[in-house]
Design a protein around this ligand. Structure first.
Ligand SMILES: Cc1ncc(COP(=O)(O)O)c(C=O)c1O
Length: 382
């Protein structure tokens, strides 16, 4: 079967009531940052993740920025972060004048390597007056940001047992993992504040958008306050701290409400795609898959394979109108983050970057398109 049509990586799938709800916003004039859809959307996301409160934001990056701020991260702090992540995680740290402190990836899970994390915390940090410091330069470590990379998770029990020995607030970058669970607990439930993203390639999309989830009412209120320019009076322009114009607008949240109604069907479709790819690609050339730990149910967000023939496969697929992408470039390779502390032994991030590629995983992908993708992978390297 030859491929006539371009097959995208991860497209938004507008298949439900989105048009109806957006039209409602346009017809009634409720298009901006106040309106019933935005409150409904943030609650739907919170409910889905099993959290009490949701606070909508313009995107996942803004949600992370506010969550770090509320966790007490200050200028000149470090925030522990996996080296292998999308740049927005690191940027959200930089927005506060803090620096990421990078931990290499586990070679099989592609998440933060917990052995390295544990060793680092044990040997290279010191606790004083209820805070944690990096011994080498005396700077404070203000928080840790685990990222559920590709909608997968590390051993969260072990992660929590390591981290709870230290005064280290956790902010989960759950941007890719709406619908993922660990031993039945949803991504976003492992930290006091966690963030989801709804940009164009996520499992549901509002075009651009994010939600902070939390069980803490005071944190939720403060997050909403900060995302709405910290306006402290209903009838006057009185603002009591430096706030941000970060609230998601109603018209985009209307898309989100339609998308949330579809989320269970999207997760089902992603899982079918993962099962198909795994079945068809097992044993093909040197292809390996991201390992999933027992107890982890991923949302199958973006299927990614590993092969030493990465470049050959990328070239072939893209030439045949099948969009495939290398992994993100690790943070220590980007000009802004190349001088950050990087805890590593074998630089697994570099190897993962040079061997992994994501393949089409849209929820709207047809069975025929999945077959084309698999056939072309086999043609290229099989
Ligand atoms: C790991 C990770 N962190 C943060 C973000 C930022 O989300 P957004 O694009 O909504 O700002 C994304 C998504 O792009 C992401 O994949």
């Amino acid at each position: 079967m030859s491929n006539e049509k371009f097959i995208a990586l991860s497209l938004p799938n507008i298949a439900g009531n989105e048009w109806k709800y957006v039209k409602d916003c346009l017809d009634t004039g409720w298009i901006s940052s106040v309106g019933s859809y935005v409150t409904q959307f943030e609650q739907m996301v919170a409910d889905f993740a099993g959290a009490k409160y949701g606070v909508a934001a313009v995107n996942g990056t803004a949600a992370l920025h506010i969550s770090l701020l509320l966790s007490g991260v200050k200028q000149h702090d470090y925030v522990i972060l996996p080296n292998l992540t999308f740049v927005a995680s690191a940027n959200s740290i930089k927005y506060l004048g803090a620096d990421p402190l990078l931990i290499d990836a586990d070679p099989n899970l592609w998440q933060m390597d917990l052995d390295l994390l544990e060793e680092f915390l044990e040997n290279e940090t010191d606790e004083k007056d209820g805070y944690l410091f990096y011994i080498k330069d005396g700077r404070r470590i203000g928080a840790i940001m685990p990222v559920h990379i590709l909608g997968n998770m590390c051993d969260m029990d072990r992660f929590l047992s390591i981290v709870k020995k230290y005064p280290l607030p956790i902010v989960e970058d759950a941007t890719e993992s709406l619908g993922t669970t660990y031993k039945g607990v949803s991504a976003g439930k492992f930290s006091p504040l966690a963030c989801f993203s709804f940009n164009g390639n996520k499992i549901i999309s509002t075009g651009g958008g994010g939600v902070i989830v939390t069980d803490d009412e005071a944190l939720a209120k403060h997050a909403k306050h900060l995302t709405t320019t910290a306006k402290a009076s209903a009838d006057e322009y009185y603002h009591d701290e430096v706030g941000y114009n970060y609230r998601l607008v109603n018209v985009l949240a209307a898309i989100g409400v339609g998308q949330m109604e579809l989320l269970p069907s999207f997760i089902k479709r992603k899982k079918e795609c993962v099962a198909f790819y795994k079945k068809e690609l097992t044993g093909v050339a040197d292809i390996r898959f991201q390992q999933e730990l027992p107890g982890v149910e991923t949302n199958g967000w973006l299927f990614t394979i590993q092969t030493d023939k990465q470049q050959q496969l990328l070239d072939h697929l893209n030439k045949n109108k099948i969009l495939s992408r290398r992994f993100w470039m690790p943070m220590n390779k980007l000009p802004m983050y190349k001088d950050c502390v990087y805890v590593q032994k074998k630089d697994n991030s570099d190897y993962i970057y040079n061997t992994c590629l994501s393949i089409p995983s849209s929820t709207s992908i047809t069975d025929e398109e999945l077959t084309i993708v698999v056939d072309e992978i086999k043609a290229a390297i099989g």
